[in-house]
Design a protein around this ligand. Structure first.
Ligand SMILES: Nc1nc2c(ncn2[C@@H]2O[C@H](COP(=O)(O)OP(=O)(O)OP(=O)(O)O)[C@@H](O)[C@H]2O)c(=O)[nH]1
Ligand SMILES: [Mg+2]
Length: 311
């Protein structure tokens, strides 16, 4: 494919167009993925999550600078579940990464999600695939909030950094929110605030109890992203984690896990799509009416649609 060739040669416009096709689920989608997939496998994908306003974008912006200093090409996908925008819209305030414009080794894109057909996590996965193929060494995926969608999206990251601030609650709340399970690195940002030491202590204690017997000790890193403080430690932790993955057999395990997820998502999406189409046919309408009138149960209707409406 011409566009993939151009993208692989470093054409940013081609990359942006490829991403648009992936986002909008255009006709060329399957062919595009077929061409991109063999070129992937080099990038390290870092998820950054945490409550709204914790400083994820500020941390990301500082990390980009550090990765660039290490000559690593860095891409960022900012997932914005509340935004109707897609197609590379930079969301004003929410993205604090403008300082890298003009640097060809940096690519930043936001993905809006409202009104999207067929799953955000699948298109995010495919955008990651495109960026990986395009030669980015590091791909950062920023997701706001800690809802299920956001957690699902992190299933495409090799490592996850959870950014917290003292206001986001105490250690117990962090554990209840399921963040202990997804974090590979904790960041306590806004450490210019006095209460941050307390949160660092609680998290550290919690981790001592929680991660006995695991082979990666989850670090808790204090940052003041606005002042670039703690970013070097964070960068070093990311590198250590990357090394840790390489030294164990976890990289391949994760890759297999991600591929499995992807297959399930592809089938689930296709199935849902076909079911929708089936419901728009005369037969589907009749089935829906039967269900409404309680002539049939939901399982009976689903089965009849599955048998007749889906090949
Ligand atoms: N005091 C202080 N403020 C900070 C620090 N880091 C970020 N901020 C501020 O916190 C606000 C939110 O920062 P963002 O980086 O946009 O936070 P975010 O987590 O990406 O926010 P969303 O993407 O909207 O969820 C901004 O006003 C930042 O300037 C810090 O270390 N100390
Ligand atoms: Mg942000």
């Amino acid at each position: 494919m011409q566009i993939v060739k151009k993208m692989l040669a470093g054409d940013r416009l081609a990359l942006a167009r490829v991403i648009s096709v992936l986002e909008n689920r255009g006709d060329a989608l399957e062919k595009l993925v077929k061409n991109l997939y063999p070129k992937t496998g080099n990038a390290f994908v870092l998820g950054i999550t945490g409550p709204p306003g914790a400083g994820k974008s500020t941390v990301t912006d500082r990390l980009i600078a550090r990765f660039r200093a290490a000559k690593l090409k860095t891409a960022v996908i900012a997932i914005d579940p509340s935004s109707p925008f897609s197609g590379g819209a930079i969301l004003g305030d929410r993205i604090r990464m403008q300082s890298h414009t003009g640097d060809k080794g940096v690519f930043i894109r936001s993905l809006g999600t409202r009104g999207r057909h067929g799953g955000l996590s699948l298109s995010s996965r495919e955008v990651v695939m495109a960026l990986d193929a395009a030669g980015f060494d590091v791909i950062i995926v920023e997701t706001a909030g800690v809802g299920q969608t956001e957690l699902d999206i992190l299933k495409l990251a090799h490592g996850v950094c959870v950014v917290l601030v003292p206001e986001s609650g105490d250690g117990i709340q962090v554990m209840k929110a399921g963040l202990m399970e997804i974090a590979d690195i904790f960041v306590v940002n806004k450490c210019d605030r006095p209460e941050s030491d307390k949160l660092v202590r609680e998290l550290t204690n919690m981790l001592h109890m929680f991660q006995k017997g695991t082979d990666w000790e989850i670090p808790v890193i204090k940052t003041q992203a606005t002042q670039n403080q703690g970013i070097e430690e964070l960068f070093q932790s990311v590198l250590s984690y990357q090394k840790h993955l390489k030294n164990t057999d976890k990289v391949d395990k994760k890759r297999l896990e991600f591929l499995r997820e992807e297959l399930i998502e592809i089938v689930r999406n296709a199935y849902g799509h076909k079911m929708n189409e089936a419901l728009d046919t005369k037969k589907g309408q009749k089935a829906l009416t039967d269900l409404f009138l309680k002539k049939k149960s939901p399982y009976e209707v689903a089965r009849s649609l599955r048998l007749t409406g889906i090949k």
